[in-house]
Design a protein around this ligand. Structure first.
Ligand SMILES: [Ca+2]
Length: 432
């Protein structure tokens, strides 16, 4: 039955997935896995997962996980190498996979890999509501990788787990809210109150699934000798999410395919964890719509020391070769002379659209002073200035290409709090 295969993949449909019809594979279409040398088993537990009571669906993960464990044990008895089993579960499905691993562990067997796609958070946070053996954690497989797309430090918010639980935990775009999504605050409470999920409310949650699906497509493209196919290159950021969001960890990498990419990690599943370079918590940025994978960019704006205290957001929009990409750069500090003068932001451009062949980039800067909005009539008493003095703007990719603008003391002012103060500049592919 499995002689052709060297690898095996299992997919767990789940609560939100069955409701919103997102599937990596299905019985009757061309599977994303069809290019891989593996057997795929789809586990359909939508009756147990469909709700409407989330608590019931959450409780069902234990039963479904045990049933899956029984099946896997039997397959191993028949000769399947347990190290070649890779379970993939989205949301509650991730905990089904975690529970399934227990019955194998009880017999001294450890699964090869589990991929958790935004493992469900409500009722799975902390160990006082649910023990470790009833949910996914790093002890459940030789390699556990997790993609977090809708986490939150708040217990009332985010459908996905916030804390890292795997050997590698990816936090695309910081793992809290995904670009293109407009998550409601306290989504868990809102869901309970309204007794239902809308596609909007699970937008960030589902993104884990879509990113994984896209990584499959990209790997297929790579295997078809298209070595330029996009991949999600992730990187560590010792300072954590805040440091990532402030663009402080953007890596500079070698272009060639080698271990010099370390500490980056490509979360393609094609290698099934064999070439894993990354570990711990890793970050990367994506576009806001499919194709999510793209050219990751960092923008760095150097302010002149004469800039006063600021509290706002600086938008930097790039225009080049019929493309556009926008950075949202947080600006909040009291005294620039005593702190760093570089403000960084991250964005992702369409893949392959920006490379060394792009010589000039038109850019539009726009500063929005929050204090103008928060207390427009009392602006005169504000601590903060609505004027930025910019000395330099640099946009760089991960491979050593950069585009720069230098003009000391360039004035950018939010005159009305209505995004009025615009400034157009040109970035050139030369150091200045
Ligand atoms: Ca577990």
């Amino acid at each position: 039955m499995f002689s052709r295969s060297t690898r095996r993949v299992k997919e767990n449909p789940n609560f939100a997935e069955s409701k919103f019809g997102e599937r990596v594979i299905s019985r009757n279409n061309n599977s994303n896995f069809s290019q891989y040398d593996c057997n795929v088993i789809l586990m359909d537990w939508h009756r147990g997962a469909r709700g409407p009571q989330y608590a019931v669906a959450a409780a069902n993960t234990e039963l479904v996980g045990r049933q899956l464990g029984i099946l896997l044990n039997k397959m191993v008895e028949k000769g399947l190498d347990v190290r070649k089993i890779h379970l993939i579960g989205f949301s509650l499905g991730a905990h089904v996979a975690g529970t399934a691993s227990e019955s194998l562990k009880n017999r001294g067997l450890l699964l090869g890999r589990i991929t958790g796609l935004d493992p469900a958070s409500p009722l799975f946070r902390g160990n006082y509501l649910r023990e470790q053996y009833k949910k996914l954690d790093r002890s459940d497989a030789k390699f556990v990788d997790v993609i977090h797309t809708d986490g939150s430090p708040s217990v009332t918010d985010g459908f996905g787990l916030w804390d890292p639980i795997g050997h590698v935990d990816f936090y695309p775009n910081g793992g809290q809210e995904q670009p293109g999504c407009h998550d409601v605050r306290d989504s868990i409470i809102v869901t309970q109150f309204e007794r239902g999920l809308s596609r909007e409310i699970v937008c960030s949650h589902i993104r884990a699934f879509l990113l994984f699906k896209e990584s499959l497509v990209n790997m297929v493209a790579k295997q078809k000798e298209n070595k330029t196919a996009c991949d999600f290159t992730a990187y560590n950021c010792p300072g954590g999410i805040e440091s990532f969001e402030n663009g402080h960890c953007f890596p500079q990498l070698e272009r060639n395919e080698s271990s010099s990419l370390d500490p980056s990690y490509r979360f393609d599943i094609g290698r099934f964890g064999e070439d894993v370079k990354g570990e711990g918590v890793m970050y990367f940025s994506t576009k806001d719509s499919s194709q999510f994978c793209g050219t990751q960019l960092q923008a760095s704006v150097q302010l002149s020391p004469k800039t006063g205290p600021v509290n706002g957001v600086l938008q930097l929009q790039l225009f080049y070769s019929n493309h556009s990409v926008i950075f949202q750069i947080q600006c909040k500090f009291l005294d620039i002379s005593n702190s760093f003068t570089h403000l960084n932001g991250l964005a992702t451009a369409e893949y392959n659209s920006m490379d060394k062949h792009v010589e000039t980039i038109q850019a539009r800067l726009n500063y929005l002073d929050f204090t103008n909005i928060e207390m427009p009539s009392n602006h005169s008493i504000s601590l903060y200035t609505s004027v930025l003095f910019i000395d330099k703007v640099v946009v760089r990719d991960m491979y050593g290409n950069s585009w720069q603008y230098c003009e000391k003391g360039t004035v950018l002012e939010d005159k009305t709090g209505q995004r009025y103060g615009l400034l157009n500049i040109t970035l050139k592919k030369a150091s200045c």
